[in-house]
Write a protein that binds this ligand. Structure first.
Ligand code: GLP
Length: 265
């Protein structure tokens, strides 16, 4: 695991976008796992800028969104389908045939979830999985108690998540109680994972996720077992980490090592 601490949300977003852009430049037909939520908006803004100003080409990129509320129509302004189009897809040259988002109205959810897993496999697996973290430590919508080996499926949202999401819906009754999410096991299969955390309200949970024990009660903690995890957090989100100075020390020395070896940043 590597942890990079950036001054603020803007710096975190710029660094994350740079990593995604490098992935696409190195492998133009990359398969990206995409997240939704306020944390990733800045990263998408910066990717749009790189696309417009530096010609970053998304035409061969395939994407799989992590999750979607259930039930919800794709046209609903709070659907993740709507979000990802508004915040990213509408502004880049992505091929609509290469976009995959869980269907918030599908009737046969089991068949759909199996199809989603098969499509990820057919695409060659996820090269880079972008992740945010929920206040209770969930990744995707893998709420506390999710099996650490789980695959794409329908999940019941916790009371806390429903409460957190209520602010985005006009009426409390409208807040979806379920979601289709790729599983923890599906996320672990990604070749690289990039977890972002910003703001004071993520400090406690980030500490649990990366310094606490691996537990299904904090599904993000399983990322400690991933062979290539990069965490980018801002100062506020990293403020509760016990080993903060150690992570900074590693980053400094990694920079020095790069001047001694042939590796480039
Ligand atoms: C939702 C999404 C997660 C996301 C989380 C954090 O629960 N399903 O994928 O990581 O929100 O959202 P935010 O970035 O707004 O804090």
């Amino acid at each position: 695991m590597r942890l990079i601490i950036k001054k603020d949300y803007r710096a975190m977003s710029k660094k994350a976008a740079k990593i995604v852009a490098e992935q696409i430049r190195e492998k133009p037909d990359s398969v990206l796992g995409l997240a939704t939520g306020s944390t990733v908006i800045g990263t998408y803004k910066e990717l749009i800028r790189i696309h417009k100003k530096e010609g970053l080409d998304f035409s061969e990129v395939t994407t799989f969104n992590l999750d979607e509320y259930y039930p919800i129509p794709s046209t609903h302004p709070q659907s993740y389908h709507y979000f990802i189009h508004k915040e990213l897809f509408n502004h880049i040259n992505i091929d609509p045939d290469r976009i995959h988002i869980p269907d918030g109205l599908v009737k046969n959810t089991n068949a759909f979830c199996q199809w989603y897993e098969d499509e990820i496999k057919k695409a060659g697996g996820i090269d880079l999985q972008l992740l945010g973290i929920g206040k209770d430590g969930h990744i995707g919508f893998n709420e506390p108690g999710s099996s650490l080996g789980s695959r794409t499926r329908i999940k019941t949202l916790t009371a806390q998540t429903i409460k957190d999401n209520a602010q985005f819906f006009k009426k409390k009754e409208d807040v979806p109680k379920f979601a289709i999410t790729i599983g923890v096991g599906t996320i672990l299969d990604a070749k690289r994972c990039l977890l972002l955390a910003s703001g004071k309200n993520k400090a406690k949970v980030l500490k649990k996720a990366i310094e606490g024990p691996i537990t299904a009660q904090v599904t993000a903690s399983v990322l400690q077992m991933h062979k290539e995890l990069l965490v980018i957090a801002d100062e506020e989100a990293s403020s509760a980490l016990e080993r903060k100075e150690y992570y900074q020390h590693i980053e400094e020395l990694t920079g020095k090592l790069k001047t001694l070896t042939l590796e480039e940043d």
